[in-house]
Design a protein around this ligand. Structure first.
Ligand code: OKP
Ligand code: ZN
Length: 317
């Protein structure tokens, strides 16, 4: 497996998030990418690549310029250790800005774009993005996300062919859905917790199917809390049928491992071995695939879950 990663992610390191008015430790910790990389290095059969720096226009194809400018200048003006909760460009209280936020978020987008580029020569690539991206909207950060890495990569690849995005994070990727809601050349398909029960609450319902030219190109599969392996795999199969029918040239997987039974902020009952099966079933589509890291917050298991999932793609390598 080709792994694209960078140490710059650790410059984004908020200590706390505001949860119903309470300060609690930041679940999207700066150790996440490190534990994943350490676990993958144990597997040994990987090739590591550093991201290259892509022009800002690839981010501006998804995000409003004022928002990007604001994130850059706000980050750069903060002192080490200071935290800013902006009011205008923010969807919720789960995306604080610190001094290193812009650097890390820009690098995460570069990691996704570099991964997309590598699909020219490889059938599967893993982009170890941190911070995650699928909640980042056209002009708003939210849910630990600043730039929408998967959407930026999808937009980039859409100039070369049809793109399907499969989002298997525990949370609905509202930002990604919005980016392509009115388009028929990029389809968004997501399995996630019922938004009546879990973040982001306002989207991810089964009746959101796209709009205008995009009607029929968004598909949501909300699942109840406590969903187990068999129910999840069964639903995944339905999602994969949709993707097969779309016949994409590229597949982007927004991969979150917060569906795991011991995730501190999740609520499904998936167990460790099922991530291999999830990977295998996606790999069976035999479509060039970019895997983009999203959530997953149990630091004791996150590395192993990623290992298992990527192992499922060994047929594509
Ligand atoms: C980001 B990703 C928990 C509040 C929810 C925000 C969740 C963001 C998840 N009480 N916090 O999709 O993994
Ligand atoms: Zn999530």
């Amino acid at each position: 497996m080709i792994i694209v990663h960078s140490n710059l992610n650790t410059s984004h390191n908020p200590a706390f998030e505001v949860n119903d008015g309470q300060l609690v430790p930041y679940a999207e910790s700066a150790d996440r990418a490190t534990v994943i990389l350490d676990a993958l290095r144990e597997q040994a059969e990987h090739t590591e690549r550093s991201p290259r720096n892509f022009p800002l226009r690839h981010i501006l194809a998804i995000h409003k310029k004022q928002y990007v400018d604001f994130l850059r200048s706000a980050s750069q003006q903060l002192e080490q250790g200071a935290v800013l909760y902006p009011s205008y460009f923010m969807s919720d209280t789960y995306a604080p800005i610190v001094a290193g936020t812009y650097i890390a978020a820009r690098e995460a987008a570069n990691i996704a774009l570099t991964g997309a580029d590598l699909l020219q020569n490889h059938s599967v690539v893993y982009s170890l993005c941190r911070p995650p991206g699928h909640h980042a909207d056209h002009h708003a950060m939210g849910g630990y996300c600043y730039f929408n890495n998967a959407a930026i990569a999808a937009q980039y690849l859409s100039t070369q062919g049809r793109v399907a995005i499969l989002d298997i994070d525990f949370h609905h990727g509202n930002g990604t859905q919005n980016a392509f809601y009115e388009r028929s050349d990029v389809t968004y398909i997501s399995l996630h917790a019922d938004p009546r029960q879990r973040y982001p609450y306002a989207s991810g319902y089964a009746n959101e199917l796209g709009h205008g030219a995009g009607e029929g190109y968004t598909h949501n599969f909300p699942l109840p809390l406590n969903t187990n392996n068999s129910k999840y795999l069964h639903t995944l199969d339905s999602a994969l049928v949709q993707i097969g029918q779309f016949a994409p040239d590229y597949l982007i997987v927004s991969a979150g491992f917060d569906t795991f039974c011991k995730d501190p902020i999740g609520g499904f009952k998936l167990t460790e071995p099922v991530y291999l099966q999830i990977g295998e079933r996606i790999a069976n589509l035999a479509i060039p695939t970019l895997i983009v890291q999203e959530g997953g917050y149990n630091l004791d298991y996150l590395g192993r879950l990623t290992q298992r999932f990527l192992q499922g793609f060994s047929s594509l390598r």
